[in-house]
Design a protein around this ligand. Structure first.
Ligand code: ADP
Ligand code: MG
Length: 404
């Protein structure tokens, strides 16, 4: 069953509460400054959904969190700069309110006409937001006839503006559906989870295996091969009996790694060579060695060219590739080569029609840093949310939406 989206419902003359992701970087932390939005990527990303709803006769009540305010007194996180930028991008007035809910909001919403746009104050100015407080959820739901979720990065948490308001709008008979951004995420990641084309190759990396054991297990259920690099591979290599020197190894996770190697030995592919250095530093002397020859005073900080070649062979013929976790300490150029080489391979596969889906905050950052972000089928905007979805978890902000 698929989640309904805005194209499945009628919004003419309706008041629509849209949960957007306007969690954007700002120019200053001092509320006395004239604060501006320094990167409007997320605001621009919301425009297709907002313009579609406006073109179809809706009045829009927008809400989002911004930063991590400790209370409504944290004025540096007020939504005013976002409203200013959004108004420029939409080419129409955006009425920014100074409350999330309350009498001033109710009055402004009651006066709305189709085509009007209101932006509520930062949802995290309300202590009930992250607690999914029912009163706050109800007050948000009271404002609108329709709920639209377009903040994928927030759907793994049941908050008042995500799960709560959606549930309460449904309770009064209104639709609760996904916007275009959410729809894209669900198409790309949802397909990988529930209905992947084969051969399906998953690639895992990054630093912490203990955080991602469930993810690897779930990928092993559906993927034909799981290629493992980065810091995560160290624990698997150690579990296989290799000496890892000073490398990052999670001793506590060794039994889990051993178990996974046993149940899926022929489907887990590990590095054959690694780039080692005595410390994590840009000027450290680095060399490429076989995984059989990691010196005791060195640490593995990237995968080597042999490994990339091996991974390349495994990727040939794949229909779907899901990648999470950098192949090395990509923040330092010397140890970004494996990650960059893999990103290049995947860009080439995408060009040949392979579906390539990237999840995870650092992985997305690594692909962007390599300048290949627009060469992949899909890069998820939700770090935690994308991983939880790939783990096979039900995400409260998705489960609550209407199904087709
Ligand atoms: P994501 O955010 O995409 O889910 P993670 O947070 O799991 O990815 O992992 C990213 C981090 O892993 C990066 O900071 C990177 O430096 C680190 N990392 C990758 N390989 C190694 C390694 N061999 N040793 C230490 N850290 C590593
Ligand atoms: Mg990360």
């Amino acid at each position: 069953m698929k989640t309904k989206t805005i194209t499945d419902i009628d919004v003419q003359g309706k008041k629509v509460l849209v949960r957007v992701d306007f969690n954007v970087p700002l120019s200053s932390k001092n509320p006395a400054d004239n604060i501006t939005v320094t990167d409007d990527t997320r605001i621009k990303a919301a425009l297709p959904t907002l313009n579609y709803l406006l073109d179809h006769g809706a009045a829009l009540i927008l809400c989002s969190h911004l930063g991590r305010p400790s209370s409504a007194a944290d004025k540096q996180f007020a939504m005013d700069p976002v409203a200013a930028r959004l108004s420029e991008l939409l080419g129409r007035p955006v009425k920014k309110l100074d409350e999330v809910v309350g009498p001033s909001v109710t009055a402004a919403v009651n006066a709305m006409q189709p085509g009007d746009v209101i932006l509520l104050e930062n949802t995290r100015f309300e202590p009930g937001e992250t607690k999914n407080n029912p009163e706050l959820s109800q007050k948000l739901a009271d404002l609108a006839d329709v709920y639209v979720e377009d903040a994928f990065g927030s759907v793994h948490r049941a908050h008042a503006s995500t799960e709560g308001a959606a549930r309460m709008i449904r309770a009064k008979g209104g639709p609760a559906v996904a916007g275009f951004l959410m729809g894209k995420e669900l198409d790309a990641l949802g397909t990988a989870v529930s209905d992947p084309p084969h051969p399906y190759v998953a690639i895992m990396g990054g630093a912490k295996i203990s955080d991602k054991i469930k993810l690897i297990e779930n990928l092993l259920k559906t993927a034909d091969k799981v290629l493992i690099g980065g810091g995560m591979a160290n624990t698997f290599l150690k579990a296989q009996g290799h000496q890892l020197g000073k490398s990052l190894v999670e001793e506590d996770a060794l039994p889990e790694a051993q178990r996974l190697l046993k149940v899926a030995a022929n489907r887990i592919v590990l590095p054959t060579d690694v780039v080692v250095a005595p410390e994590v530093a840009a000027d450290a002397p680095a060399e490429t060695v076989s995984v059989w020859g990691i010196p005791p005073d060195q640490m593995a900080l990237d995968v080597g060219p042999d490994t990339i070649e091996r991974f390349n062979e495994e990727l040939q013929g794949a229909q779907l590739v899901v990648w999470n976790g950098p192949m090395g300490v990509f923040e330092i150029d010397r140890f970004a080569e494996g990650t960059n080489a893999l990103a290049k391979l995947l860009a080439a596969l995408t060009a040949h029609g392979v579906q390539v889906v990237i999840g995870g905050g650092d992985s997305a950052a690594a692909v962007r840093k390599a300048g290949l972000a627009d060469k992949m089928t899909h890069i998820s905007t939700g770090g935690g949310a994308s991983l939880e979805l790939l783990e096979g978890k039900e995400l409260p902000g998705i489960t609550v939406l209407d199904r087709k």
